[in-house]
Design a binder for this molecule. Structure first.
Ligand code: CP
Ligand code: NVA
Length: 305
């Protein structure tokens, strides 16, 4: 475990260890107040962020470490100087690099030239920190993740990919329900199926919720990811049948609703559900900080657990 680019590189045991540490960080913050003392983490953004930026910054501070925020104001990575030089320089000053990038290949290039851990905080293909927070939030309500059925509804994207892969490793049942042509990438689905075959989990894709009545957790994300320029009218028409609303909760039997946010109220989720008793969306946002701190401790400070 040197970097975190995708959870598919992690074993069930490693993910469970991170979730366990995250829960301890949440329950006993004082124990970890100096865990990253003297350590510096660069957080690098090619795209906007609220939750990721704030949770890494405040989370690192709560462990006694120092976070340095870098956006693209001095030119996108690779334009003012190469990604190789970027990675080599940052490695001389910092103890880890957290990066939100357009293309997954930029992260791979960072790992090739960095001598410190690189953590993916969202790319076109994956959002592993999000999926860790999601399964932590589910685990807070369910003792046994292998008995959980999560249905992701909406646009098959980076968040869906990471949910499928992590769910498959953890032995959960994950169904991705997306309009035809907008479901998850075939290659990632194949990888998730192979991981599920090893863990006893199950991954499946569908284009409608018809007949899905045994769902524990309903999950959605924006219909328009950063960098997607599909016109809004087109998006609304295609995705409206996939909106998470009270009727969908009643039909599927789901007791827990998740959304990684930013949310678009009355589009992918109604306010009634988002603000209702089944919503664990703010727990999910809080848990980003705890799992990310667990990842940082695991990758930077191996003595703490
Ligand atoms: N869920 C998430 O990653 O939110 P931000 O884009 O605001 O960081
Ligand atoms: N799928 C979304 C997630 C935002 C946190 C995006 O990539 O924009």
């Amino acid at each position: 475990m040197q970097h975190l680019l995708s959870l598919k590189d992690y074993s069930k045991q490693q993910i469970e260890q991170i979730l366990k540490l995250a829960m301890d960080l949440k329950a006993n913050p004082a124990k970890y107040a100096d865990a990253l003392k003297g350590k510096s983490v660069i957080t690098l953004y090619e795209k906007p962020s609220l939750r990721t930026r704030v949770t890494f910054d405040i989370g690192i501070n709560r462990l006694g470490g120092h976070a340095v925020y870098l956006d693209s104001q001095n030119g996108a990575m690779g334009s003012r100087e190469t990604v190789q030089d970027f990675a080599a320089n940052l490695s001389r000053w910092s103890d880890a690099i957290v990066a939100r990038v357009f293309e997954h290949k930029t992260l791979v290039e960072l790992t090739e030239h960095a001598t410190v851990p690189v953590i993916n905080s969202l790319c076109n293909l994956y959002h592993p920190c999000q999926a860790l927070a999601d399964y932590m939030t589910i685990a807070e309500q369910h003792d046994d993740l292998s008995k959980v059925h999560l249905a992701y509804v909406g646009d098959g994207n980076n968040v869906t990919n990471s949910l499928l892969l992590a769910g498959a490793i953890l032995g959960a049942t994950v169904t991705s329900v997306c309009p035809r042509g907008r479901n998850v990438d075939a290659q990632i689905l194949k990888e998730a199926e192979a991981l599920a075959a090893m863990s006893g989990g199950k991954v499946q894709v569908a284009d409608s919720l018809d007949g899905l009545t045994d769902v524990d957790v309903l999950y959605t994300d924006t219909w328009v990811s950063m960098g997607d320029n599909t016109p809004m009218e087109q998006v609304t028409e295609l995705f409206m049948p996939y909106q998470i609303n009270q009727k969908m909760l009643d039909n599927t039997g789901a007791k827990q609703v998740l959304h990684c946010q930013p949310a678009h109220r009355e589009l992918e989720i109604t306010s009634e559900v988002m603000d209702g008793p089944s919503s664990f969306i703010l727990d999910q946002a809080e848990n980003r900080m705890h799992v990310q701190n667990a990842v940082l401790l695991t990758l930077i400070n191996r003595d703490m657990h």
